[in-house]
Design a protein. Sequence first.
Length: 321
Amino acid sequence: MKRYILLLCAISILFSCQKQKTPLKIGYSDWPGWVAWDIAISKGWFKEEGVDVEFSWFEYVPSMDAFASGNIDAVTMTNGDALVTGATGASNVMILVSDYSNGNDMVVAKPGIDSISQLKGKKIGLEVGFVEHLLFVKALKSAGLKESDVELVNVATHQTAQTLASGEVAAIAAWQPNSGEALKEVSGSKAIYTSANVPGLIYDCLAVSPSSLNERREDWQKVVKVWYKVVAFLNNPNNKKEALEIMSSRAGISPAEYEKFMIGTKFLTLNEAKKVFEKGDSLNSLYGSSKTVDDFNIVNKVYDAPQNVDSYIDASLTLGL
C-alpha cells in the first residue's frame, strides 16, 4: 500500500512538472506597445528568465476571438476592449499596462476642415462602439458639441481611409496605421484631434485568463519582469536603430515608417506604470480610465450591465517589481 501511494505521488509530481513546461500562450497584434514584445522574443529574454512563452501573431479582433475561445492564455488589448471581452463571457485580468496612445488614434478631417467645431451637421466615419467612438465623443465635448450634432456612419476601422477618400464622410476616426493611411490617401487632410489630447483614455494592456493567472502566477510575474527589460531597451537611445528594425520587420514596413508610430505611443516605465495602477477617478489611473470606458459602453449599449472594474485589474505583479 505504501509503495502504491508513493507511486501515485511520483505520477502527480511528474504531471505537475509536465504541466509547468507548457508554454504560456499569448496573442498579440500590430500596435507598437505590443509589437515591442518581439524585442524580448528575438533576444531570448524569456528563456533567460526561465519562462516558456509562445507568442501568436493576429489581426486585432481575431486575437480577442482566440482568447475568448480559450486558444490562448492571454491577449494584448486596450483596457476598454478588456471590459467588452469580459462582459461578453471571456473573463480576463489586466496584469500589465504597456503604454497609452499618445497621438496614434486620430480624428482625420477632409481638406477645408480645421477643427472639431466645423464637423457640426456632417457625417463622420468610425467603428461605432469601439474605442475611436469614445475618442470622438471626447473630441466633440472639447468643442461644446454632442453626438446629436453630427451623423455617425458605422465604418470598420480598416476601411476608414478609403471611406474618407470616397468623399462619403467629412472625417473619420481611426488608429494607426489606418489613420496614417487616411492622411496619405487624402491630400490636404489633417488630424484635428488625437489621443494626445486625452492621455490615458486608451491604455494598452496584457490581459490574462484568471485560471492561467492563478495556476502560473510566478511565470506571469517573469513575463512582466521581461517587459520592463524591453522598456529599458527602448529608452536607451543607443538601441533605437535595432529596436526599429525588429519592430518594423514584424509589422512589414520600413524602420523609417515605423518610427512615426513610435512617436504616438507613450511607453510606460516601471515607475510610471506603478502610478497608473494606483486607484483614482482620473485618466491618470487605469481604474479611472476603465470606469470612463465602462460608462461609455453602457450608454452606447455595447453591453448591458456595468462591469466591476476592480475585478479586471491585478496590480500586484507590477507593484511587486
